[in-house]
Design a binder for this molecule. Structure first.
Ligand SMILES: Cc1ncc(COP(=O)(O)O)c(C=O)c1O
Length: 388
C-alpha cells in the first residue's frame, strides 16, 4: 500500500499529541496543533496582562475578527453566527426557545448524538411535543432511499427536522442539502447538527440553506477546546432566547444585532478559544488541507477494508467520500467492547473508541493529518491478535 506523499511525520510533530500513543480518535475531542495552541495561549496572556484594557478595548475587535474569519470559511454572513463552547450548549439555546405545543413533532433519525437526543426528550416532556426518531438502517447504501424513507416521516404535525450532517456513532454523512430543500418547500424548520463537519468536509451554509446549524471548531478544524458556533438564519434570530440572561438582554448599549447582544456577551468569560479559530483555519490553509483530507480518506478506506477482512463483516456504507470522510465506524462482531478497547490502549497504546450501538459492536477509526500508514498497520496487527 502506498498512499503516502504527504510528510505525515512532520505533520505529527506539528501537534501536541503524545508521540508514544497511536491516536486514532480525533473524532471525540479533536487535537490541537502547537501553533494554534500557542495563539490561544497568547490571547490568554494578553488578557491576563491587563484585564480591564483587554475587556474594554481588545475583546470586541478580536471576537469580530473570529466571526468574520469563520463566516468566510463556512460561507455565511459573520453577523449570523455566534460562538458557543460546544454544540450541545448552542442547541440548548435554540431548542429551549422553540414554542412547541402538545402533539407537535420533531422529525429526526436514530443516529443522533446522545446529549442532543436527551435535550429533545427533556424539552418534549415539558411541552407535550414528540421526538420521532426514524430508523436509518445499516448498511446505508443509497442517499436517495435514505432521504425518501426519512421524508416519509413528515406529517402535518412536523414542526422541526433535526438531523446530523455527519453522525457520531456511525460516522456517516447524510444528504443535508437535499433534506433542507425539501423541508423548506414544506415550511418545516431545519436544525442541523454539524458537530463533525467544519474542517472535515466542505461546509457552505449559503448553498445548504439550513435554518439553524451548529458545528464544533475544536474537532476537525483542530481549534482549542470550547470553540463551537451557532448559525441562525436572519429571519429566525429574534426567536432565540439567551440561554443565560446577561447584559445583552435589554442592553444599555444595543449593537446592530439582538442575536449578537443576547448570545455573545456573557460577562467575565474567557473567549480565547474563539479568538484562536482564525489560527486553526490558517493552519489548514498552510498545509494544503484538500490533499490532507484526500489522503486521510484513502488511508481510512484501506483501514476499513483490512478490518472487514479480519472480521468478515460487511461495511456499513459505500467506499465513497460522500458517505464518510476521515472517520468511519466498522463492525466488530462478537467482540467485547470494553475488553477490546482496554487491550488496544493498555497493550498496544492505541487510542480508539470501541462501543456497542444498538445491538452491534463498532470500532470508530479517525484518520487525521498526523496519522500514517504505520498507525493503521499497528491497529490491524493488534486487532488480528485481539479479535480473531
Ligand atoms: C454528532 C455530534 N453532535 C454533537 C456533538 C457535541 O458534543 P458536545 O456538545 O457534547 O461537546 C458531538 C460530539 O462528539 C457529536 O458527535
Amino acid at each position: 500500500m502506498s498512499i503516502e506523499s504527504i510528510d505525515f511525520h512532520s505533520l505529527k510533530a506539528a501537534y501536541i499529541l503524545d508521540p508514544t500513543i497511536t491516536y486514532l480518535n480525533h473524532g471525540s475531542f479533536g487535537a490541537c496543533p502547537k501553533r494554534v495552541f500557542l495563539d490561544y495561549q497568547q490571547w490568554q496572556r494578553k488578557l491576563e496582562a491587563e484585564p480591564v484594557q483587554f475587556f474594554e478595548k481588545n475583546l470586541q475587535p478580536a471576537i469580530n475578527r473570529a466571526r468574520v474569519k469563520l463566516g468566510e470559511f463556512i460561507n455565511c454572513n459573520s453577523d449570523d453566527l455566534v460562538y458557543f463552547p460546544n454544540p450541545t450548549t448552542a442547541l440548548n439555546a435554540v431548542i429551549r426557545s422553540l414554542k412547541l405545543t402538545p402533539g407537535d413533532e420533531i422529525l429526526s433519525t436514530d443516529h443522533e448524538y446522545g446529549a442532543l437526543e436527551r435535550t429533545w426528550k427533556y424539552y418534549c416532556r415539558k411541552t407535550g411535543a414528540r421526538f420521532i426518531q426514524r430508523p436509518v438502517h445499516l448498511p446505508y447504501t443509497s442517499k436517495k432511499k435514505m432521504m425518501a424513507d426519512f421524508l416519509a416521516g413528515i406529517t402535518p404535525k412536523t414542526k422541526v427536522i433535526f438531523i446530523s450532517e455527519m453522525t457520531s456513532m456511525t460516522a456517516v454523512i447524510f444528504p443535508i442539502k437535499e433534506i433542507c430543500r425539501n423541508a423548506e418547500a414544506a415550511g418545516i424548520m431545519t436544525i442541523v447538527d454539524g458537530a463533525h463537519v467544519p474542517g472535515h468536509i466542505e461546509l457552505d451554509l449559503s448553498e445548504m440553506r439550513p435554518d439553524i446549524y451548529t458545528g464544533a471548531c475544536h474537532k476537525w478544524l483542530s481549534a482549542p477546546k470550547g470553540s463551537s458556533f451557532l448559525y441562525v438564519k436572519r429571519a429566525l434570530q429574534d426567536q432565540i432566547d439567551p440561554l443565560v440572561i446577561s447584559w445583552g438582554w435589554e442592553s444599555d448599549f444595543p449593537g446592530r444585532s439582538q442575536f449578537l447582544d443576547y448570545h455573545q456577551w456573557q460577562g467575565t468569560r474567557d473567549m480565547s478559544a474563539f479568538f484562536a479559530v482564525p489560527a486553526a483555519i490558517e493552519f489548514q490553509n498552510l498545509h494544503n488541507w484538500p490533499e490532507v483530507r484526500n489522503r486521510c480518506h484513502n488511508l481510512l478506506v484501506e483501514a476499513r477494508r483490512r478490518i472487514s477482512n479480519i472480521t468478515g463483516a460487511e461495511t456499513i456504507c459505500p467506499d465513497s467520500k460522500s458517505y464518510f470522510g476521515q472517520m468511519a465506524s466498522i463492525r466488530l462482531p462478537n467482540a467485547d467492547p470494553i475488553k477490546v478497547r482496554t487491550a488496544l490502549f493498555q497493550e498496544y497504546k492505541i487510542e480508539v473508541p470501541v462501543f456497542k450501538w444498538k445491538d452491534e459492536i463498532f470500532i470508530r477509526v479517525s484518520i487525521q493529518a498526523y496519522n500514517s500508514e504505520n498507525d493503521v498497520d499497528k491497529l490491524i496487527e493488534a486487532l488480528k491478535r485481539i479479535v480473531s
